[in-house]
Design a protein around this ligand. Structure first.
Ligand SMILES: Nc1ncnc2c1ncn2[C@@H]1O[C@H](COP(=O)(O)OP(=O)(O)OP(=O)(O)O)[C@@H](O)[C@H]1O
Ligand SMILES: [Mg+2]
Length: 279
């Protein structure tokens, strides 16, 4: 009997890999925008970054200038399917100097079906984690852009992650949403027996408008409230119309308006990520 020999070269593991879950249980709170800008800054610092889009909308493709209608085989739905053969379907945004350092595995409407199909799969919550261990990625940083609801795809992402980052718009409604998210995190980690459980890197206030008295009031309270839970509060990512203009061009803000003050808003988060990758 002949035995087939696998002749594909082994994938080289990075020394450290951070898998960053970016999620919230509300829509339009900059999850995708954060994912893209953190990916861009980290790639500029020399990291190799993969972004896996678990969402059903096409924002990730649109904001990065990629084709918004990939066939299912070019999406994360394929990676999660029973037919996946280990060849991750990545697309790379055409962003000048860093081209090739950011790989994006797109989501989109097919993820709705993928989410429903999970119900019939064994080890459903562990599917992405299993994929990452069976077919490891050579990237230093893997960013998971999660859907706006705490669905079964959020569980899949949580199990695969090493760290969590939670964007929060400083408003009363978002604060109560954050409370629900933290309870979901605790219950899920316990129920899924995550050991070690992914660490909460912090909460980042987003779309912060210093001209709004309500936002100013809630922004000021946030660090103390979060510190009560042992959670770090990052400096804010400010509101700027230029994000909307940049995303319409398929560019990060840094390539749309290089000298815009908001470009520096991601640096504290990226500092933490760089430290995690170096230590
Ligand atoms: N700091 C900001 N200032 C102004 N506009 C922003 C900012 N961040 C994001 N936006 C805009 O807000 C909208 C929602 O952002 P984004 O798609 O990143 O949020 P999301 O949480 O991923 O949304 P969804 O839940 O739909 O996936 C987009 O039009 C984006 O360009
Ligand atoms: Mg999004």
């Amino acid at each position: 009997m002949t035995v087939a020999v696998l002749d594909t070269p082994p994938v080289s593991h990075p020394l450290k890999q951070v898998v960053l879950w970016i999620g919230a249980n509300s829509g339009g709170v900059s999850k995708t925008t954060l994912a893209i800008h953190i990916a861009y800054v980290m790639a500029c610092r020399g990291a190799k970054v993969a972004v896996l889009d678990l969402d059903t909308n096409v924002s990730m493709s649109q904001f990065t200038g990629l084709d918004k209608s990939p066939v299912a085989g070019e999406t994360l739905a394929y990676v999660l399917s029973e037919h996946f053969d280990g060849d991750w379907p990545f697309a790379s945004p055409d962003w000048g100097e860093i081209k090739g350092r950011i790989d994006i595995c797109r989501g989109g409407p097919v993820m709705a079906e993928a989410g429903i199909e999970l119900a019939n799969r064994k080890r459903r919550e562990y599917l992405l984690s299993d994929r990452l261990s069976d077919f490891p990625l050579p990237h230093d940083l893997v960013i998971l852009d999660c859907p706006a609801t705490l669905s079964n795809l959020s569980d899949v992402a949580l199990v695969a992650s090493t760290h969590l980052l939670i964007p929060l718009e400083p408003t009363p409604k978002s604060l109560s949403g954050c409370d629900v998210l933290l309870k979901w995190y605790q219950v899920s980690c316990r129920a899924l027996r995550l050991n070690p459980q992914p660490e909460i890197l912090g909460v980042v206030p987003v779309r912060y408008d210093a001209n709004s008295a309500t936002q100013r009031e809630y922004r000021a309270k946030l660090p103390e409230v979060l510190n009560g839970f042992g959670i770090h509060c990052y400096p804010s990512v400010r509101f700027s119309q230029e994000y909307i203009n940049a995303s319409a061009r398929g560019l990060p803000l840094q390539l749309h308006r290089r000298h815009h003050k908001a470009c520096g808003d991601f640096l504290p988060i990226c500092e933490t990520l760089s430290e995690l990758l170096e230590n």
